[in-house]
Design a protein around this ligand. Structure first.
Ligand code: FAD
Length: 137
């Protein structure tokens, strides 16, 4: 059994360029600053309660769980979608606020980390961006 929680947008969480590191093409690496929010931390006790309830209704015997966080590998955020250029990179059609002829078709536009796999949502957003582009070409 696995329990997943959502991470809300947090201006303190950032990705920046790490010029001290270069990959084999000479491109700089990234520096990631991430903190677990109070919102996310508050989910853990609720998850434990839900777990115990679930085990009991299925006639199981609850065990003590380690209660540790682990990360999923779903890529989301950094070029987030929003209506205000002050706190987002693209609009709901994935058009860059700063460059009207540039669209970012990526799950990077998702402002929160969904609990579930993001790729189908990314594809739906890509279709929406494609319709917008086709209408303007
Ligand atoms: C191990 C793993 C398992 C996953 N499992 C699932 C799953 O089961 N279901 C699900 O929905 N999601 C899953 N995901 C998440 C999903 O793969 C990503 O959310 C999705 O691929 C993001 O799509 P994207 O197009 O935004 O980015 P990407 O798929 O990362 O595409 C970015 C592309 O840009 C290219 N690129 C980068 N830099 C440059 C450059 N400078 N010039 C030109 N090209 C460049 C890269 O080579 C890459 O092809 C998984 C991710 C990982 C890592």
């Amino acid at each position: 059994m696995q329990m997943l929680s959502e991470d809300l947008p947090d201006p303190a969480n950032t990705i920046s360029i790490n010029s001290a590191y270069k990959d084999s093409l000479g491109l700089p690496g990234i520096k990631m600053h991430y903190r677990l929010s109070d919102y996310s931390r508050a989910v853990l006790p609720q998850m434990m309660e839900d777990y115990v309830n679930w085990v009991q209704v299925t006639n199981g015997k609850p065990r003590t769980l380690p209660g540790a966080w682990s990360s999923e590998h779903h890529l989301m955020g950094t070029t987030i979608m929003g209506t205000d250029p002050k706190d987002s990179v693209v609009d709901p059609d994935l058009r860059c606020h700063d460059h009207g002829n540039m669209f970012l078709v990526t799950t990077g536009v998702m402002p929160t980390s969904s609990c579930v796999n993001p790729t189908l949502t990314g594809m739906a957003l890509a279709i929406r961006a494609g319709r917008t582009i086709a209408a303007e070409v």
